[in-house]
Design a binder for this molecule. Structure first.
Ligand code: PMP
Length: 406
């Protein structure tokens, strides 16, 4: 698994050669959004230069090319995640995908007395839609807790899965702690109890092989811009029987078979949920991203990032007064940390002056910050295109910045 030439891979990413504040950029914010290889940028450019037309409406050559490329991207995504293409609803990202589940699946079904189970480590995108559903339906929300390592307390989670629970929605990988949740086992336990499961795959899809069919969930949401694709792309995978039973979320063109003022016949899924002109160029770019990742091999990507994580964790652990949040036994390449006596934003601002881009803040996970009793953390997140030299540069910059703040 060391056969990949990672220097060559890095050179596929034009942006990574730039400087910031006169220093070579060290981009450690891939959990926020990922950088794009030239093949993705070129695919978007080529679409607008040579093929641009709307999908599904025109019989002319360009229209046919656009539709074929767009549907081709859907098929590539389906193969990448081992699901059927007609079970993938293309949308703007995880936030839209989870809202689609909330509005089309949960809102018509839930009633007072029903419950939704979430976990302490959810992103706001997997909290707020359920609060909106709960307010409108009278359902309640129960929260599964984590332990000091940042792992889910599984017996406590299963104890929450009582008969009134209709839905369990949780993240595959935590964007703050890096914790990889055992979603396959969890979905099996939920399914045994007749509970529908939704998985937020935002932080898993870019970093490890994901076989949605093997997970055994009902819904799986992911975002394209974290997996080398353009912003404004993503999808919801859902079991066919759910898609067939769900009413549309957004109405308009493309999603209908016949419209009369007396009533409208909807198109079949997934088109029923894709009203309006989609992000055609974006999905063509995402198709190129999936080709790129597939050629690398997601197992190789995962191994590379694990090596970077191990290196960074060891180096950071040697810094006195540095606290790492999240020590899960299975962890993605995300390190949240604080340095004693330094504010997270001050650290991130000074690191930026050294060319090192990390994120500071609550990471759209207020309940997790409350759990740890901190308003914010710093977060360094790694991707396969990062290097061990960058890990060293980051750690050296951290030492320097720390002296400045002391
Ligand atoms: N869930 C998780 C775990 C995330 O990390 C993110 C992105 N930060 C989202 C959901 C939201 O994704 P998007 O903004 O692309 O909809």
């Amino acid at each position: 698994s060391t056969s990949v030439d990672w220097d060559r891979v890095r050179s596929d990413f034009p942006l990574l050669t730039r400087q910031v504040h006169g220093k070579p950029l060290v981009y450690l914010d891939s959990a926020n959004t990922g950088q794009k290889p030239a093949v993705v940028i070129d695919a978007v450019d080529d679409f607008y230069r040579r093929h641009n037309a709307n999908v599904s409406r025109a019989v002319h050559a360009l229209g046919t090319e656009a539709t074929e490329s767009y549907e081709g991207a859907r098929r590539k995504l389906a193969a990448f995640f081992n699901v059927r293409a007609d079970e993938l609803v293309l949308c703007s990202g995880t936030t839209f995908a989870l809202n689609l589940v909330a509005y089309s699946w949960a809102l018509p079904r839930l009633q007072p007395g029903d419950a939704i189970v979430l976990t302490r480590m959810e992103h706001h995108a997997n909290i707020v839609p359920w609060q909106l559903v709960a307010q409108r339906t009278g359902a309640t929300i129960k929260v599964a807790d984590i332990d000091a390592r940042g792992e889910l307390d599984l017996p406590a989670l299963y104890a929450l899965l009582t008969p009134e629970v209709k839905l369990l929605s949780l993240t595959h990988v935590s964007n703050v702690l890096g914790t990889v949740n055992p979603v396959r086992e969890i979905c099996r336990e939920a399914r045994r109890r007749g509970i529908v499961t939704a998985i937020d795959g935002s932080q898993a899809a870019p970093h490890r092989p994901v076989d949605i069919a093997a997970i055994g969930c009902d819904f799986y949401a992911f975002t394209g811009h974290k997996m080398c694709g353009p912003t404004g792309t993503g999808a919801l995978w859902a079991r066919r029987e759910h898609l067939a039973a769900m009413p549309p979320f957004i109405g308009g063109g493309e999603m209908i078979r016949e419209v009369r003022f007396e009533g409208t016949v909807y198109n079949d899924a997934p088109h029923k949920f894709e009203a309006g002109t989609p992000n055609i160029a974006g999905f063509i770019g995402l198709g190129a991203a999936v080709d790129y990742l597939s050629a690398l091999g997601m197992a190789q990507v995962e191994a590379r990032e694990q090596a970077l994580l191990e290196h960074a964790t060891q180096a950071l652990s040697a810094i006195e007064g540095l606290r790492i949040f999240g020590q899960a036994r299975e962890k993605a390449a995300v390190i949240s940390f604080l340095v004693e006596g330094a504010h997270a934003h001050d650290l991130a601002t000074l690191l930026d002056l050294e060319g090192v881009a990390i994120r500071s803040g609550h990471h759209c996970a207020h309940p997790l910050m409350h759990y740890f009793g901190v308003p914010a953390t710093c977060r360094a997140s790694f991707a396969f295109y990062n290097t061990h030299e960058e890990v060293d540069a980051f750690v050296a910059a951290l030492h320097k910045v720390r002296r400045l703040l002391a």
